[in-house]
Design a protein around this ligand. Sequence first.
Ligand code: IVH
Length: 711
Amino acid sequence: MNDNLDLFSGAAPAAPEPGGAPDKVLAKVQALRAQLNQWAHEYYVLDTPTVPDGEYDRVFQQLQALEGAYPELVTPDSPTQRVIGAVLDGLMPVRHAVPMLSIRTETDNEATGAEAFDARIRKELELAEGAPPVEYVAEPKFDGLAMNLRYENGRLVQATTRGDGEVGEDVTHNIRTIRKIPLSLPEGKGVPPVVEVRGEVYMGRADFVKLNERQQAAGGKSFANPRNAAAGSVRQLDSGIAAQRPLSFFAYGLGEITPAAQGGPDFVTHYAMLQTLRDWGFPVAPQVCIAKGAAELVAFHQRMGAERATLPYEIDGVVYKVNSLAQQRQLGFVSREPRWAVAHKYPAEEMPTRMEGIDIQVGRTGKLTPVARLAPVAVGGVIVTNATLHNLFEIRKKRVRTGDTVVVRRAGDVIPEVVGRVPGDRPAYVPNFRMPAACPICGSAVARPKGEANHRCTGGLFCPAQRKEAILHFAARRAMDIEGLGDKLVDQLVDGHVVRTLPDLYRLGLVALASLDRMAEKSAQNVLDALEKSKKTTLARFLFGLGIRQVGESTAKDLARHFGQLDAIMDASVEQLLQVRDVGPIVAESIHTFFAQPHNREVVEQLRACGVHWEEGAAREQTAQPLAGMTVVLTGTLPTLGRDQAKEMLEAAGAKVSGSVSKKTSYVVAGAEAGSKLVKAEELGVTVLDEAGMLALLAGDAPGAAPAEQG
Ligand code: IVH
């Protein structure tokens, strides 16, 4: 750090001298402030921090200590004075020195809008047809609230909202907490005695999400969108609250300014003025650019439209301004709007409408989604008649009921959603929404797995809504491995009512298959061959293929190994299922519910009748599994077997493969470069095997280790 700042070198501040601070303290305080302002500017405005946070804090505390010792040196623009903890009774009205006008706002088509504006300007400026294109500045239209920042002699003295354009409200106490807004302007850069900088206070998207998370965690209300959050924060009476709200700022114009004749800056263009504001420490959006003629305005509109969704802050349109200030003066104003500027808004992304009812949709995985039926409304340029309510808990949280006016939101390509309800009268008693007990598509029981927010249809492959997904899952490589039965074919088979349930697959004939789109006889035959081949399978693959929720490949293997026979699994009680290794209550419940549905049992019977078969055994847990009840640890690199391969072989033999060695470990199988696990095994006296020893063990040649202790 800068040496000359280190007045105290960590020592306690010297006692104040009677009669005020000595000059050297004043100089020191000023140097500290300049340094802190520079770092803050680099951090908050330029987004390029140059010192670690700890260093900033250290210097900040030094300044605080000095100001504590010499209170007469405290100035309102000191970096220590951003949060002064003022709590006001109300916001004071302030008459603007120069009215804060609005701009003409249009929502039409990007090309015709820009062309019409350009044509108007050229006509007003009486430009000949062949005259060069008019120069404009194109800016994003930030979605926040307009702010007037008044600086006198380089210091922020007042911040006011737009209000009605003539009279706004004094929100200085809150605006001072915004780090992107300088409290003082640099010297030697031509800052005039009076300057009002205008721009938009907004909240970035990421900051908005974080704020809402914090609000929710603290049990406070969450905000509907970043603009509401920004506006609510700016109008807080307690600046301590505003200080915790992550607000930002972009400058885009001027209010009152010392005239050039009295020594103020003599700007020639709007763009040059923005460059100067940037130079004085104000954030100016990087997207702002010069555009020549209508064509470049259209290009800007399109570019911003494409970038919009990925910008770190929300914009609701673009603004075009004539660049030359002389031309601006020539154009003047109509009523309360400048003729030299226009805003082109994107179609609104949020709109209120009446919710006429709640329907239930069943997704490909069986999830029941409540969907709001809406009075048609244009949102973001599209007519919306449905919007998702996600699940029952969201409905409860948002307190929406049929007949309410709700806000619908559409952002980018995502499915429209109901954001919340617009407070208002409810005409009559409307019962609270309930999830149906039976699936509206197939009539199967609806269940909400413990700890989940979503309700699901238990119909599985019986449910038409879940059919395509169920068939694809059944055909998957790790399930029945039916080659050639992919997305497109399944779509055709289900949509054409050729296949309704899994057994229908095995009833497909060559003629029916070959008559489908893009299906030559040769490929139809290939599919039939693959189906035929898939009939001979394993119990584990078959179980996995049924698509029982919570039953993945490894649970299916465990079930097959434990019960040996499908009928035993189908008839097992929840308690019996809980006996299976790694099967907990949620999984057991899911398996039990699945086989309790008569239509699922019917599917299984029909598949067997179609010739699907596997080798069934007795429950093999004790008999056919030489390593049942044992725990084995693998370490190091085996000479021929891969780690997964070895693990699979051990598990197939009934062993549990564990990652750490304890005295309960039955064997440690060690390969090359075995490390601490081998050492531990030797310490604990656990039998250590090499790959050959493991293979011998699997072959039933036990080298005398005891099964692991239980419990
Ligand atoms: S210029 C005389 N530029 O849009 C022109 N306004 O009615 C004054 N806004 O509430 C405004 N982004 O807060 C201007 N780049 C931008 C803007 C912008 C957003 C807001 C402004 C005002 C409204 C215009």
